[in-house]
Design a protein around this ligand. Sequence first.
Ligand code: BTN
Length: 240
Amino acid sequence: MKIYHYKSLNSTNIEAEKLIKSGIINTNFSVVNADFQENGKGQQGNFWYSSANKNLLFSIVLFPQNLKVERFFDSTKIVSLAVIKYLKTKGIEGKIKWPNDILINDKKVCGILIENTLLGENIRNIIIGIGLNINEEKFPEEISKKASSLFLELKKYFDLNSELNELLNIFKLVYNYDKVKIDELYHQNLFRLNEEVKYIFDGQQLFGINKGVASNGQLIMLLADGKKHNYSFKEIEWII
Ligand code: BTN
């Protein structure tokens, strides 16, 4: 695994994209990592907060062979599981909140931003951006109630390089699991599986039972009328 390390970058996802375009990155599992991002990208145009030298900020690049566009959610499952497995090695039980967050006791410890480049019906390359809060001691007021870090959970500091290597090794391991095993483990660690959840859809507040995630990445919700409804990314907002 080749790691391209920078002290400061705009965003590791953007840098990874540039390095792919210029042909510098052309092998599976290449990694772009930074101590600080000036403009870390979060989901839905949000900013990803991280102080300098405190947390893991990196992007893993994959060049899948013949992976159909319909299977775009596979990479989300793999990386989510890898983070859960990594947290377990620290004695922490994390949960996967569909579609892209990893929580500890309902607080977000890791955000994932995946960007796919397509070629016809296939995915040509995948940039998996991961922001994992490790040594952050204090988050800004606006997010402090919903964000966490390993330091806040365990009251100890970690060496960022060793943690990056540990996580990358676990990622490679999970990447080689078969699809059935990945799906099973993914669901075992899914936040509020088979529980009633509150969410907003189309401006309305609704309740449903979370029945898991379909292979196309849609969330399956069992509604009060006994019917199942599948929701795509960005269609719903959780209320937790
Ligand atoms: C989210 O909003 O939950 C997704 C956050 C993803 C943040 C990571 S940090 C490393 C990589 N580079 C970016 O600009 N974003 C991702």
